[in-house]
Ligand binder design. Structure first.
Ligand SMILES: Cc1ncc(C[n+]2csc(CCOP(=O)(O)OP(=O)(O)O)c2C)c(N)n1
Ligand SMILES: [Mg+2]
Length: 334
């Protein structure tokens, strides 16, 4: 098993220039939304932030193959980039961050990072790590039983692979050749617990034991992740069953706004990974391909900044739900 970086150019992957710019824009948007969330948290306006920073390439590269509203996604709390790519807006995400009534994810009931949309087939996460995997396998089974060509993307961190749910889902998906792609965003920490205390052996190699392919990719290289995911979804749509993708990446922020990561990791380590920032890496690729220069970058960033400004302004002014609404959509009515 080799660590797959981009070996081929985007043309060979069937991607056009417009695709690359769309991927880049989404990665940058996810980063800028996240950065603003931390500011709102430090201003005392947002109770809790959990970041996608550092994971943008893994998320956008994997989800770029999905057909929003047809395929299903079971994201985990870091997958802001996936939600944005599929069609959520910064406004949706800030409404959720500030727990406003209009939050389309859960009307302010869930914690931030619990993405959900009926229209986009994004299924909300539960708080316990890893419970999404058997649910995702079940959805893949439904696609198969109906004879439809839908696929399911199920995401989580490396620590979620230590739980029984992940193994049960992998086994079940392997037995029934289900159209599901497991994406493990391995950022080498589970809050303060390092990978070496969490993961025995290799995550990607475990797939072999369940009878389907497992690939390890450079999770900071959006095209490498795209390439692996494209192959995986083609297999799934062709009835060949599941694939496991282990995207090696790093979270550039603390676990959440409630965590002080100075207590368990060195600043030099973070600096080292900042050099491999997936956004900077993709910028370099785009510049070499003649698709991006300083001027274009600044123009796109300025547009994103005003989009983020507008979204924050809207979300801050939006009303909270009335207390009486707390029990709505919790119990069966009538
Ligand atoms: C079953 C369970 N155990 C513990 C927790 C507390 N918890 C929340 S996130 C987290 C770390 C998960 O790490 P990983 O899966 O690597 O994802 P990452 O946050 O690094 O992206 C833990 C232990 C939980 N939510 N559920
Ligand atoms: Mg982790």
């Amino acid at each position: 098993m080799d660590l797959k970086g981009t070996q081929v150019g985007h043309e060979a992957l069937g991607l056009e220039d417009a695709d690359l710019l769309r991927m880049y824009r989404c990665m940058l948007l996810a980063r800028r939304v996240d950065e603003r969330m931390w500011i709102l948290n430090r201003q005392g306006k947002a109770a809790f932030v959990i970041s996608c920073q550092g994971h943008e390439a893994a998320q956008v590269g994997a989800a770029y193959n999905l057909r929003p509203g047809y395929d299903y996604v079971y994201p985990y709390y870091r997958d802001a980039g996936i939600a944005l790519l599929l069609g959520q807006t910064p406004r949706d995400q800030f409404l959720s961050l500030l727990a406003k009534k209009e939050d389309p994810n859960s009307a302010g009931r869930q914690m931030p990072g619990h993405y959900s949309s009926r229209e986009l087939n994004i299924v909300t996460a539960s708080a316990p790590v890893g419970v999404q995997y058997p649910q995702a396998a079940g959805t893949a089974l439904a696609f198969k039983m109906r004879g439809e060509d839908g696929v399911v993307l199920a995401c989580g961190g490396e620590a979620s692979t230590s739980g029984g749910d992940w193994h049960e889902a992998m086994n079940f998906a392997g037995i029934h050749d289900l159209p599901v792609v497991f994406l493990v965003e391995n950022n080498i920490y589970a809050i303060s617990v390092p990978e070496k205390m969490q993961v025995a052996g290799s995550i990607a190699k475990r797939a072999e034991g369940y009878g389907f392919p497992g690939v390890e990719v450079d999770g900071n290289d959006v095209l490498a992740v795209y390439e692996a995911a494209k192959e995986a979804f083609e297999r799934a749509r062709g009835g060949e069953g599941p694939t496991l993708i282990e995207a090696k990446t790093y979270r550039l922020t603390a676990h959440s706004s409630d965590d002080d990561d100075r207590r368990y990791r060195e600043r030099e380590e973070i600096e080292g990974w900042r050099q491999k920032d997936p956004i900077l890496r993709f910028e370099q690729y785009l510049e070499e391909a003649g698709l991006l220069d300083e001027e274009k970058k600044e123009e796109m960033d300025a547009r994103i900044k005003s989009e983020v400004d507008e979204a924050v302004e809207y979300a801050e002014a939006a009303p909270y739900a009335d207390p009486e609404e707390a029990l709505e959509r919790v119990y069966a009515e009538g």
